[in-house]
Design a protein around this ligand. Structure first.
Ligand SMILES: *Cc1c(COP(=O)(O)O)cnc(C)c1O
Length: 413
């Protein structure tokens, strides 16, 4: 018999590093979710920008079933067909010539940063170890990636941290010029900062980083864990910007929910990882690679990618419509289907309230910090679901504004 579990079970048996919603989703289809009580939700989160083709996409389910009945696991003592097919597809559709597979975004970035240090060590000796990254950046939760990330609250209490890291202001050309020098081995940047507030890099900024990296023999790493695999409206955001990195990392949407990450690079740089330099037990496992290969096949088509631009427009117009009525957004921004609505006035700092009230209205949304409501729906969300989600978002906005005003009036003058 299956044991009964509910939200209280979480507090009893789970390490308390998350604060999950009060409801527990148990099934999904496309852009809809259902919880234990049978309540239905429109999904504007996709996990956190993970299920980009929606829940239970029939083609993904089909290839996964096929592979489940064939072979689950081999160590990296062997290679496997799904990993090779996926690597070939990734190299054929990007600048990259070589691929390393991991199980998450943090591990893909960990590999990228280690490779950059190793490449500098091989070609320029032991002193070129500096890593430049951006404030507010997010690169994962391993000790190395969290230290390279630009949010001090995530490293508090974890010292001693890896050394020779330098955090600069995002989108600031002069700061980049001042920080990048011959001692720099790598510059890592998210083309669109996700966790940091849904902030796209300016084209000039990424071009400047490319120039400075070339000038100082440093490797340029694009962390596309969140914005990659179609979410920007291009297969990878670097294509939209026309700035090619030396190393690109992917994860999240790559497996549409199957745990997989990838580090993409050139043959010349890849040569610094030789047999034994780096590895992962599960990296490149047949189940995840089978699904990811189908994900890229489906997403890297004009229909899906052009569909992202169309949906971006619908979403943007919907948010602007809500704002015209309630005036709660200071800014509506983002790229493709990674959108952020920055709050102001009565709702300033209340992004999390949108998540909680959303649950009651049958809507799943994300936050980026305390003041930005983040939306990352499926890239193939049907127009009816998207409009229904916007309707629910408007109801949430109206309710929160009402409450905030009532609370203000209840305060003694
Ligand atoms: C989520 C995220 C990561 C970390 O990925 P995990 O799979 O959680 O390790 C790294 N970089 C960016 C930009 C992300 O959004």
């Amino acid at each position: 018999m299956t044991a009964q579990v509910n939200r209280h079970t979480f507090d009893e048996v789970m390490v308390p590093n998350y604060a999950p919603a009060a409801f527990i989703p148990v099934s999904g289809k496309g852009s809809r979710l259902w919880d234990q009580g049978g309540n239905e939700y429109i999904d504007f989160a996709s996990g956190i920008a993970v299920t980009s083709l929606g829940h239970l996409h029939p083609e993904l389910t089909a290839v996964l079933h096929e592979q489940v009945d064939r072979l689950w696991h081999l160590s990296n003592t062997f290679t496997n067909e799904p990993a090779l097919r996926l690597a070939r597809r990734l190299t054929e559709s990007t600048f990259a010539e070589k691929v390393f597979f991991s199980n998450s975004g943090a591990e893909a970035n960990e590999a990228a940063l280690k490779l950059a240090r190793r490449y500098a060590f091989d070609h320029f000796g032991g002193d070129k170890t500096g890593i430049v990254s951006c404030k507010q950046a997010f690169h994962g939760r391993t000790l190395f990636t969290v230290s390279v990330g630009g949010q001090p609250k995530y490293t508090e209490g974890f010292a001693p941290l890896p050394g020779n890291l330098n955090h600069i202001e995002f989108n600031n050309l002069a700061a980049a010029e001042a920080a990048i020098n011959d001692g720099t081995c790598a510059v890592i940047v998210e083309p669109v900062q996700g966790e940091g507030g849904v902030l796209p890099a300016t084209p000039e900024y990424l071009k400047k980083l490319r120039e400075l990296c070339d000038k100082h023999n440093a490797l340029l790493i694009f962390d596309e864990v969140q914005i990659g695999v179609g979410r920007s409206g291009s297969l990878f955001a670097y294509m939209h910007y026309g700035v090619t990195p030396d190393i690109l990392t992917s994860a999240k949407a790559l497996g549409n929910g199957m745990p997989i990450g990838a580090m993409l690079t050139t043959s010349k740089i890849a040569a610094s990882f030789v047999v034994g330099t780096h590895g992962s037990t599960y990296g490149g496992n047949p189940l995840a690679c089978t699904v990811a290969d189908k994900v890229i096949e489906i997403i890297n088509t004009p229909e899906v990618l052009q569909g992202v631009h169309k949906r971006h427009q619908w979403l943007k117009e919907g948010l602007e419509r809500i704002n015209a009525k309630y005036g709660v957004f200071k800014d509506v921004r983002g790229m493709g289907l990674l959108m952020g609505a920055e709050l102001q006035g009565e709702l300033q700092g209340k992004a999390k309230d949108f998540v909680n009230a959303g649950a009651r209205h049958g809507l799943v949304v994300l936050v980026a910090g305390t003041n930005i409501v983040r939306l990352a729906p499926s890239l193939v969300i049907p127009e009816t679901d998207l409009q229904e989600g916007l309707k629910r978002l408007e109801a949430v906005t109206a309710e929160l504004l009402e409450k905030a005003k009532a609370a203000k009036e209840a305060q003694p003058a």
